[in-house]
Design a protein. Structure first.
Length: 184
């Protein structure tokens, strides 16, 4: 039980932090520079990176850790004047999970590790999860598949994934550097 609580807290804090950066920094900047972009879209959606890493590290259980934080952030997004469909968090989590499940099913990590580096493996999971998320949320938003809106979701998810991945990569390198300095 303790492990589930820890996982829930880590995933929730990471998701809420990433989403807060999007709401507090990316969205206002996006509205100033790209005022014609639909407000429901983000050109840099950092939480997608958190979803991908959560599914990779925790498997299907990550869905249960992600949904409460997703709904909390949906409520805060509504306070910021951006309305989302009530099912949007579920569609996003399911889309990302199916992306993870399909990639790990058809490209097992033990085989793919010899074919391409781990960051490319994460990129495949992020890409397929983003495609499924884009299609699902576009249909929720527009009641049909609008390629322009789906492309916006895809671009935002992938850009957010890469930035989130870079932030984490450098954070871990910095933490490793601190531990080696402290050990010396």
């Amino acid at each position: 039980m303790k492990e589930h609580i820890q996982n829930f807290l880590i995933v929730s804090v990471a998701y809420i932090t990433a989403y807060s950066l999007v709401l507090g920094f990316v969205s206002p900047l996006q509205q100033m520079l790209l005022s014609n972009v639909v407000s429901e879209l983000s050109v840099l959606f950092l939480p997608h990176g958190v979803r991908v890493l959560a599914f990779y590290l925790l498997g299907w259980r990550a869905a249960f850790y992600l949904l409460p934080a997703s709904y909390l952030m949906m409520l805060l997004t509504a306070q910021a004047g951006i309305t989302l469909n009530t099912w949007a968090p579920v569609v996003s989590v399911i889309g990302c999970y199916f992306g993870f499940a399909l990639i790990t099913r058809f490209f097992p990590e033990s085989v793919t590790h010899r074919q391409f580096p781990k960051w490319q493996y994460f990129g495949l999971i992020a890409l397929l999860g983003s495609v499924l998320n884009s299609v699902g949320n576009t249909i929720l938003l527009k009641q049909e598949l609008d390629i322009t809106v789906a492309a916006g979701y895809l671009i935002g998810d992938m850009a957010g994934f890469f930035v989130c991945f870079l932030i984490l990569m450098y954070a871990f390198r910095f933490a490793r550097l601190l531990t080696t300095v402290n050990d010396a």
